[in-house]
Unconditional design. Structure first.
Length: 278
């Protein structure tokens, strides 16, 4: 279905370095990048352009625009978000969505990778020691940093800093000029190896989903659309909040399949039972 077709990767931040080899090997498509396509018009992490839509809608728009500009009917785009983990208190998370669109076959397939393997951080600083302590925590210089006047003021902002001499020099200039400095991690993929690994993991998930075909019509993207809780307690037999089954649905023909015991266990430990351990 994809062998030999042109596939546009909508990025200006070198994401193709991890996405392209995996897709070319798995699908046989010919991946390419349009260097003139500016994905930053749809939002930046550093505050110049606010993202107007949610990550999935933004990835879709990014992908479709790149496909249209390059007269290509096969494309992929990723969109990441950074902040607090939705279920782990005090942990930061990298939430990556990958959107795969095939206009020829009317396909849209999405994969998501939520990871705590991120250096995402930022804080106001007053001294060079605070700067260097932050840099060490942020995995500098393999991971770039951003310096600016304050958290929400991008005046004289310096991005993509990856050596100590520049870091110290920019810090001193901002401190002398404004009396305040804010340091934050540069989350652009080409300056953040940790994020690139998360994008790679999301790509592998996407490929697995593309290769999962509907048992009825063989359309790619036969994936999980819902889950059922209720795995029985090993002690009392009552339903728990743990997953009993996964529901897979075909977007094309709507065929649905329920897969029981996705975590390879048929009962749950009583410690997770609301009746045995309220």
């Amino acid at each position: 279905m994809f062998e030999g077709r042109r596939l546009i990767i909508a990025t200006k931040h070198k994401k193709e370095t991890v996405i392209a080899p995996l897709l070319e090997e798995a699908l046989g498509a010919n991946c390419f990048v349009d260097e003139t396509f500016d994905t930053d018009i749809l939002g930046t992490f550093s505050g110049e352009v606010e993202r107007q839509q949610d990550p999935i809608a933004t990835a879709r728009l990014k992908c479709l625009k790149a496909m249209e500009l390059n007269k290509c009917d096969l494309g992929i785009a990723s969109e990441g978000s950074f902040g607090s983990h939705p279920s782990m208190a005090f942990a930061s998370a990298d939430d990556e969505f990958l959107m795969f669109i095939d206009k020829k076959n009317d396909l849209e397939i999405i994969a998501r990778e939520l990871s705590t393997d991120t250096n995402f951080n930022g804080k106001p600083i007053k001294t060079e020691k605070e700067l260097l302590d932050f840099a060490e925590l942020a995995k500098f210089p393999t991971h770039a940093l951003i310096l600016k006047k304050s958290k929400d003021d991008i005046t004289d902002m310096a991005k993509g800093i990856m050596n100590f001499d520049t870091l110290k020099s920019v810090f001193q200039n901002l401190q002398d000029q404004y009396g305040s400095v804010f340091v934050e991690t540069d989350m652009r993929a080409m300056h953040n190896p940790s994020r690139m690994l998360v994008i790679e993991a999301a790509t592998k998930k996407l490929i697995a989903k593309i290769k999962s075909t509907c048992p009825e019509c063989e359309t790619p993207g036969f994936g999980v659309t819902d889950l059922k809780k209720g795995l029985p307690c090993d002690l009392c037999g009552m339903p728990t909040q743990s997953t009993l089954s996964l529901i897979k649905t075909c977007k094309k023909c709507k065929f649905t399949k329920e897969e029981l015991y996705p975590n390879d266990k048929k009962v749950e430990d009583p410690m997770y039972c609301d009746f045995c351990n309220p």
